[in-house]
Design a protein around this ligand. Structure first.
Ligand code: A3P
Length: 350
């Protein structure tokens, strides 16, 4: 346990004041020199903001709604993660999960994100968690398309906390109280949520950026009820019959609107049937069961889903089950200070 703990502590290092995985830092110049192409589409997110979700949506659009084609590879391998590099194979923290003693577990060979991207045919779809100031400059120089998904800070913090509990490649988050401080101080991998979101928001009109919100994709849309609603209501204690044709009823999760925006941004025009299929196939329930998206193929020694599943809850407002009243007040005050001057607005519950 000590070796694991020590190893977990050593896995983040700083680049320009921002914590990144050590293997990323070791390969930093190669990552910075990555050559983007004008027809690249880069999916950009702060960790735990719905990266996997938007990747599946984008891939379903790219494959014209063909589910089988989307099953060609696990989601992590479909869109090269440009700053990803495999840590060295013999690190002390690589404790073999079946025997729990062996410390030289060897990983199957894995290409770096930039290597995968370099051999990928164009047009390429890539992904990153990097903030604007650390993105390889060629993305700006080539005026690439960026698809940014932002998630409200409180749910992001909760999701990241559980992710760090189960992810042996990231530092142990400690208690929730400890993690609360770590997160608001930006001492997590890929740095401060506030700076990340602000950075991308502020340049969204200067580049080809489609800026989406997790909460909007998740939003339950209201649609007119097909049948007039009738029933009994009570007026001054007396029952009265009513019939109303203007009732707006919540329909099941309907991220159609946001998916349509992504489609347009990608220059695709798929019909209503395909759109409907994409909505169905990218629902939380479907993706939780799908081995190509739920990370079940990742060894337990890396992602221990018995601690917390990768597809955990997929909701808006889970922060209310974690934040104390005092934490919430403190968070709101800090949020106000850090986000002062930006016009970005988040939905905190649906
Ligand atoms: P929770 O931990 O709150 O459940 P990322 O892919 O960036 O690591 O983000 C992971 C978060 O997105 C997790 O949040 C996960 O459950 C959620 N997520 C993944 N697929 C989703 C989907 N189809 N619908 C809603 N949320 C989804």
């Amino acid at each position: 346990a000590l070796t694991t703990e020590l190893g977990r502590q050593l896995q983040l290092r700083e680049v320009e004041g921002l914590l990144l995985q050590a293997a990323t830092v070791d390969n930093w110049s190669e990552i910075q020199n990555f050559e983007a192409k004008p027809d690249d589409l880069l999916i950009c997110t702060y960790p735990k903001s719905g990266t996997t979700w938007i990747q599946e949506i984008v891939d379903m659009i790219e494959q014209n709604g063909d589910v089988e084609k989307c099953q060609r590879a696990i989601i992590q391998h479909r869109h090269p993660f440009i700053e990803w590099a495999r840590p060295s194979q013999t690190s002390a923290w690589n404790i073999c999960s079946p025997c729990n003693t062996c410390i030289t577990r060897t990983f199957p060979p894995d290409f770096k994100g930039v290597e995968k991207a370099n051999i990928m045919p164009s047009p390429r779809i890539l992904r990153t968690h990097l903030p604007t100031q650390l993105l390889p400059p060629s993305f700006w120089e080539n005026n690439c398309k960026f698809l940014y998904v932002a998630r409200n800070a409180k749910d992001c913090m909760v999701s990241y906390y559980h992710f760090q509990r189960m992810n042996q490649m990231l530092p142990d988050p400690g208690t929730w109280e400890e993690y609360f401080e770590t997160f608001i101080n930006g001492k997590v991998a890929w740095g401060s949520w506030y700076d990340h979101v602000k950075g991308w928001w502020e340049i969204k009109d200067r580049y080809q950026i489609l800026f989406l919100f997790y909460e909007d994709i998740k939003r339950v849309s209201k649609s007119p009820s097909e049948e007039p609603l009738s029933g009994l209501c009570f007026w001054e204690g007396y029952p009265e019959e009513f019939k109303c044709s203007n009732v707006m009823l919540p329909s099941p999760q309907d991220p159609k609107h946001e998916i349509q925006k992504v489609m347009q941004f990608m220059g695709k025009n798929l019909g209503e049937t395909v759109l409907h299929k994409i909505v169905q196939e990218t629902s939380f329930e479907k993706m939780k069961e799908n081995p190509m998206t739920n990370r079940s193929t990742v060894p337990k020694s890396i992602l221990d889903q018995s601690i917390s599943p990768f597809m955990r809850k997929g909701t808006v407002g889970d922060w209310k089950n974690h934040f104390t009243v005092a934490q919430n007040e403190r968070f709101d005050e800090i949020y106000r200070q850090k986000m002062e001057g930006t016009s970005i607005n988040f939905c905190m519950e649906l």
